[in-house]
Design a protein around this ligand. Structure first.
Ligand code: BES
Ligand code: MN
Ligand code: ZN
Length: 498
């Protein structure tokens, strides 16, 4: 997709389509005001007659509007003016794009702006434009047989800005947005693939492909023998019941010589049946998404590499399949983690923490500046926050605040959750250094506290994405979250934001 920014009036621009927005109570956006004037008051007339609506996301395609050079005008409702923000911009623009994709438009000028939106400037207009287009165009068709869906004609997307300076900022934003789309789309693809295709080996091959195709990226994949030598018996206990070989995937992006890396650790359980502590049948298919943490950190590294960010990012992905069998790990089994600490596995379905603790210990070898792990870790997190906020836990208030703030700016939001000794105490075991579960209440925090036992001395945060990584129901599919949030954090860390 090609993006351009223009200062010319919406009515004067030759395009297949212009998008204009109307707020409630008949208030027209900047481009809508211009089109309305050029067409002799058409939009106001249509509003009065009820043919266009200000309801958020409602669209109407108008053909051959007099006084307007573009062949079509898409009028989209923006809702209440005072409530219009980045999220609503994306909803409205996304709805307009959906209508436009039904037509043969090759070139679109988006007249919707973010000007009125709490300080979000031209850079974010460009970025969210590109992210919204990426969202609207994403399709997962690789598992469908027969004719591939037709290629979409849309090639060029314009953004309306007020000045030459803003045009440059919007273009830079669109560039960043496109890199984020690449990371998000990769994360979605990996998440949506079924577990019989997206195995630990598939994740490893994907990482190696990224290393081949991107400068300054290297990949290393450790097999089970190598993990055994490192003492990763906690990780290996999860893979005991399956024939699918486990992998420890390490990706390194080098954008700044000598700098300590930011290490992103992603849970890569390619299928979580629960193991011997078998999950109930309904919706168990969703546990193919249990590698979305891995997908999101690999996606974020790809985005960082595409943007050539001046920092170092390492990704560590423990990739395993969690299945029951005659040689699977049993409740009550005790294993020694790479850190030397022993763990009593009271529930084999609390497997994410068992692979992450060894991956976190492994991360210490990079002398990291910061370590952030990302995991579909607990059902309790979904109960606590629902599907709209990623849980952000950290032993550092500063890091926690920075990640939550990055989520707000990136429109990929998180919410702080605590860690503390009270919850950690629930992990006490009669037989080992700790158990892998505590009580049911506060389960997301207890899981975070378990990981905290392996991150002493590190600048560390834990993101539980169990509620945000994928959608269930009719819109079932991976979301690519939290690639935008993590990218925003990285952009902030290397001073690449305007
Ligand atoms: N992968 C699940 C968590 C999960 C649940 C993710 C629902 C997405 C949606 C995790 O491995 C798990 O099974 N957690 C258990 C932990 C419990 C046994 C302490 C859970 O949440 O029930
Ligand atoms: Mn589980
Ligand atoms: Zn799991």
């Amino acid at each position: 997709m090609e993006y351009f920014a223009t200062t010319s009036a919406a009515s004067r621009r030759a395009a297949d389509c212009v998008i204009v927005g109307i707020y409630d109570r008949g208030r027209l956006g900047t481009a809508a005001t211009d089109i309305d004037a050029a067409s002799g008051g058409l939009l106001k007339k249509l509003l009065k007659s009820g043919d266009v609506s200000a309801q958020l996301g409602q669209c109407k395609v108008l053909n051959g509007v007099d006084g307007v050079r573009a062949s079509r005008v898409v009028v989209v409702g923006l809702g209440k003016h005072s409530a219009f923000d980045v999220t609503k911009f994306r909803r409205a623009f996304g709805a307009a794009l959906k209508a436009i994709l039904q037509t043969n438009s090759r070139q679109v000028l988006n007249g919707l702006t973010l000007e009125e939106t709490n300080g979000a400037g031209a850079y974010y207009l460009g970025r969210f434009s590109a992210e919204t287009v990426g969202e609207a165009l994403y399709r997962f068709t690789s598992m469908k047989s027969g004719k591939k869906s037709k290629v979409m004609p849309l090639r060029k997307v314009g953004m309306a800005v007020g000045s030459r300076g803003d045009a440059a900022r919007a273009s830079r934003g669109a560039e960043h947005g496109q890199a984020i789309v690449a990371g998000v789309s990769l994360a979605k693809d990996l998440g949506n693939l079924p577990a019989n295709v997206c195995t630990p080996s598939h994740l490893a091959r994907t990482a190696q492909k990224i290393a081949r195709e991107n400068k300054n990226v290297t990949a290393r994949v450790l097999n089970e023998t190598e993990m055994k030598r490192l003492g990763m018996h906690s990780l290996l206990s999860v893979t005991a019941g399956t024939k699918e070989p486990a992998k420890l995937i390490v990706l390194q992006y080098k954008g700044k010589a000598g700098a300590k890396p930011i290490v992103l650790v992603g849970k890569g359980v390619t299928f979580d049946s629960g193991g011997i502590s078998l999950k109930p049948g309904p919706r168990m298919d969703e546990m193919k998404f249990d590698m979305c943490g891995a997908a999101s950190v690999i996606g974020t590294l790809l985005t960082a590499a595409k943007l050539k960010l001046p920092l170092n990012v390492n990704v560590v992905v423990p990739a395993v399949e969690n299945l029951p069998s005659g040689i699977a790990t049993k409740p009550g089994d005790i294993v020694k983690s790479m850190s030397g600490k022993t763990i009593e596995i009271l529930n084999t379905d609390a497997e994410g923490r068992l692979i992450l603790c060894d991956a976190l210990t492994y991360s210490r070898r990079f002398k990291p500046d910061t370590v952030i792990d990302v995991a579909t870790l607990t059902g309790a997190c979904v109960i606590a926050l629902g599907h709209y906020r990623t849980a952000v836990m950290s032993t550092s208030d500063r890091l926690q605040n920075a990640i939550v703030a990055a989520g707000v700016t990136a429109d990929d939001r998180g919410w702080p959750m605590p860690l503390g000794e009270e919850w950690t105490a629930e992990l006490e075991s009669n037989f080992a250094d700790m158990a892998n579960i505590g009580g049911r209440e506060g389960g997301a925090i207890i899981a975070g506290c378990f990981l905290g036992k392996f991150t002493e001395g590190l600048n560390w945060a834990h993101l539980d994405i169990a509620g945000t990584a994928y959608k269930a129901g009719k819109a079932k599919g991976a979301t690519g979250r939290p690639v935008p949030m993590l990218t925003e954090y990285l952009l902030g860390r290397c001073g690449a934001l305007p």
